[in-house]
Write a protein of this length. Structure first.
Length: 276
């Protein structure tokens, strides 16, 4: 079976969780799909096909698993334990029918197929690195792979630390916005960490992509996740303005702290026509 097709089927299987609550297609199902694809490729190449993978490729696959399990587990545990978050999530995902769990079944099926394909494409740079490894001697592969791993590790750390810091801040004062820790350098450090992780995935395979369609898929997957994160930051900005917009301290924070990219003076996305 074609490796990309198998990755798609793995994501499709994991994302069936979205039929319980459609937001899981994009949250818990997302994280666990990435982890499952990493595990599936590790088992397939090491134990089924018995291919000797370079150590840095094994690390890249393990990072998929660490990233996905952490993200999926964090989102699921937060929803189970945090009543305030459940309420916010229900309001943010409420459909025209008033349900926050279900969409019309044809829409659910289309979403299911689309997100599984997207997760397959996002992980494709590492898949192509494995399939194309024989094209270059290992020494030529090290630099990009190592830089990519470092960037991805920083992304996981950035995302995990910011999630923990926000949870801790909300536990102390659930009605106040978070502006401590990594939130001092940007307002959505978890989204920035997400972008960093996938930047590492792309950078790690830049010297091994060797056909036009491999480049198209790798770049499309990266652009898609950046767009999704910017869209998420825009929606969060609107919710926070509704909640804290009358607080002078919050408005000062908004006007002085970049929304998603540290040190880049982009402070708002709410009026962007490109980001829906």
């Amino acid at each position: 079976m074609n490796g990309m097709l198998l990755n798609f089927l793995v994501a499709l299987l994991i994302c069936t969780i979205g039929f319980k609550k459609y937001v899981y297609f994009l949250s818990v199902g997302y994280g666990l799909s990435v982890a499952a694809i990493g595990l599936e490729m590790l088992i397939k190449y090491l134990f089924v096909r018995q291919i000797t993978l370079p150590w840095y490729v094994i690390v890249q696959l393990l990072l998929f698993m660490v990233y996905g399990i952490r993200l999926g587990g964090f989102l699921l545990i937060r929803e189970i334990k945090n009543a305030s978050y459940r309420k916010t999530l229900a309001e943010a995902t409420k459909t025209k029918s008033g349900s926050s769990d279900k969409l019309p079944m044809p829409v659910m099926i289309c979403m299911w197929i689309f997100v599984a394909a997207l997760y397959m494409i996002q992980t494709s740079p590492v898949y192509y690195r494995i399939e194309n490894t024989q094209l270059l001697p290992p020494a030529e592969l090290d630099t990009c792979a190592l830089v990519g791993i470092i960037i991805s590790v920083l992304g996981i750390a950035f995302e995990a630390i910011s999630d923990k810091q926000k949870s801790a801040a909300k536990a102390i004062n659930p009605k106040r916005f978070c502006d401590t820790g990594l939130f001092k350098i940007c307002r959505c450090p978890n989204y920035f960490g997400e972008i960093l992780f996938w930047t590492g995935v792309l950078v790690g395979s830049l010297n091994i992509l060797n056909t036009w369609y491999q480049w198209v898929l790798a770049i499309f997957g990266y652009i898609a996740i950046v767009y999704i994160m910017l869209n998420g930051a825009k929606r969060l900005e609107k919710r926070q303005l509704n909640s804290y917009g009358k607080d002078p301290e919050f408005m000062k924070y908004v006007q002085s702290t970049p929304i998603i990219f540290p040190l880049i003076p982009l402070y708002s996305l709410k009026d962007s026509k490109i980001i829906k």
